[in-house]
Design a protein around this ligand. Structure first.
Ligand SMILES: Cc1cc2nc3c(=O)[nH]c(=O)nc-3n(C[C@H](O)[C@H](O)[C@H](O)COP(=O)(O)OP(=O)(O)OC[C@H]3O[C@@H](n4cnc5c(N)ncnc54)[C@H](O)[C@@H]3O)c2cc1C
Length: 457
């Protein structure tokens, strides 16, 4: 990177907040994408750590003037290589923008983009409130979660990030600062808010978000329902949702996976029976409702062939189950080629999983699959297989995507497109839609400097 540019950056953010040392840069060249498909970074980057939207605006103006690409980095927990600098560029790390205020009266938090999910959860609880979603690794930043419209294990009842965001401060790629929305539940004045949510940072850098919180649920319970096999378990999930009960979360996991995750954490999976499990997370404002829901769900599951459910009532037991579930990917990562993020209509989840069994047989491989079954959002893994080439893995991936498409599903439910899903995107979007997205990008970012090579072909 040109010395003059580095000096200009130092003038904007201060000498201490510009990183050029090779050893320190390494930590900014990767994310949590599985290593075999992770984009190859360039080392010709400079990392800057601004403290305000104004500093970011100045950096973007400089980048436009000099036509230098810029990559925004949040918590680096993304799974599709979104924040990895693949061209000689400026990396803007949001880590210093970490102020948060909870407004108890309006049930909202105003968080700078670099606040972590863990801090948001903690600060909400300290104020006697609750952030119901659990959209990913707790090290993820609010900016990254909003940019990716993250979902997670507790989205069935209250939705994904989009459902929580009522206001944003955004710096456009050309360096204008926008303040959109506010502490308002209804707002039909500004139309731009949702354009920045889920577009993975290609239209602007989110610097602040106003997030809705909920009162604390007074009663919660987590029930693990074991089944003898995958087919019976996944066919039961839609029946729970059709009953009128809306759990906070409804997850699907398999014995081998969940036990591997527990072992990796030095914990023990509490359910000894069964090979496939539904994890039902309930949250209500009184205990009676939770107990009556538990009873009804137990009945539905037993009728559909489940074994004896296991009930976790204390928050410690419940957190343990969520923790083991959340770490499956990390536990499988050493043997994972790629973690996919399929979503299909809920009624088609059973058929999709049967297709995974068929493909596993056809390719003589193992396709672990688990995920947010209550949203039809599953994470089949393409696993390492002795002697296979990248082309063979790609062929299997294509077949998995075709299976999803045939059932009315799509490429990604929450992880996003990032850098690594572009090669499969055409199968899911029309030429017209892609063209419109290109035009929108051009309006916001005429020089294509922000997150180039992401999201749009
Ligand atoms: C163990 C594990 C479990 C996970 N579980 C889930 C899950 O259940 N649900 C789910 O949805 N995701 C999950 N994820 C993925 C990940 O947590 C989410 O994609 C998250 O939204 C990424 O946030 P981040 O701050 O780490 O973003 P990064 O990885 O740093 O960046 C991701 C993308 O967002 C952009 N970006 C980051 N910050 C900003 C900003 N301030 N403004 C504009 N663009 C920005 C980046 O440029 C990049 O394109 C999981 C990841 C791991 C490792």
């Amino acid at each position: 990177m040109n010395e003059n540019i580095i000096n200009e950056l130092k003038k904007i953010v201060g000498e201490d907040w510009v990183v050029t040392k090779k050893e320190v840069l390494q930590g900014y060249l990767l994310d949590e994408t599985a290593e075999p498909v992770r984009p190859k970074p360039t080392e010709d980057v400079v990392v800057v750590k601004p403290k305000s939207a104004q500093e970011i605006a100045e950096i973007l103006k400089l980048a436009n003037r000099e036509k230098i690409p810029v990559f925004t980095r949040g918590g680096g927990t993304g799974l599709v290589g979104g924040c990895i600098p693949t061209q000689s560029s400026i990396v803007i790390s949001m880590e210093r923008m970490d102020k948060i205020e909870v407004d108890k009266e309006n049930l909202m938090a105003v968080a700078e983009a670099g606040v972590t999910l863990g801090t948001l959860i903690e600060k909400a609880e300290e104020a006697g409130l609750f952030f119901p979603a659990h959209p990913g690794d707790e090290g993820a930043h609010i900016g990254g979660l909003v940019a990716c419209n993250a979902g997670g294990a507790r989205a069935v009842k209250t939705g994904v990030m989009r459902n929580y965001v009522v206001g944003l401060e955004v710096v456009t790629p050309t360096g204008e600062i926008l303040n959109i929305g506010g502490k308002l539940i209804k707002n039909n004045t500004s139309k731009l808010l949702h354009l920045f949510i889920g577009t993975e940072g290609i239209l602007g850098i989110i610097t602040k978000a106003i997030i809705r919180l909920s009162p604390q649920y007074k009663a919660t319970a987590t029930m693990v329902v074991p089944f003898k096999d995958r087919h019976t378990a996944v066919k039961t999930a839609p029946k729970i949702l059709q009953s009128g009960i809306i759990p906070l979360g409804l997850e699907y996991v398999e014995k081998e996976l969940i036990e591997t995750s527990a072992k990796h954490l030095g914990m023990e999976w509490p359910c000894k029976e069964g090979n496939a499990f539904l994890i039902v997370i309930l949250a209500e404002f009184d205990e009676e409702t939770v107990y009556s829901e538990l009873e009804k769900i137990s009945e539905i599951c037993t009728k559909n062939g489940s074994l004896e459910p296991l009930l976790a009532e204390t928050s410690e037991e419940q957190n343990k189950i969520l923790k083991i579930r959340s770490e499956i990917y990390i536990a499988l990562k050493p043997n994972t080629i790629d973690i996919l993020d399929i979503v299909v209509p809920i009624s088609k989840v059973g058929e999709f999983m049967d297709e995974m069994d068929r493909l596993a047989k056809k390719y003589d491989t193992y396709i672990p699959a688990y995920g947010h079954i209550g949203d039809g959002n599953l994470h089949p893994h393409v696993m390492r297989k002795e002697g296979w080439t990248m082309e063979q893995y790609k062929e299997l991936k294509k077949e998995i995507y075709n299976a999803a498409k045939k059932l009315g599903g799509t490429l990604t439910g929450e992880h996003g497109i990032g850098a690594i899903r572009l090669e499969n995107l055409r199968a899911f979007l029309s030429d017209e839609e892609i063209e419109l997205m290109r035009k929108i990008k051009k309006i916001f970012d005429p020089n294509n400097i922000l997150n180039p090579g992401r999201v749009i072909l």
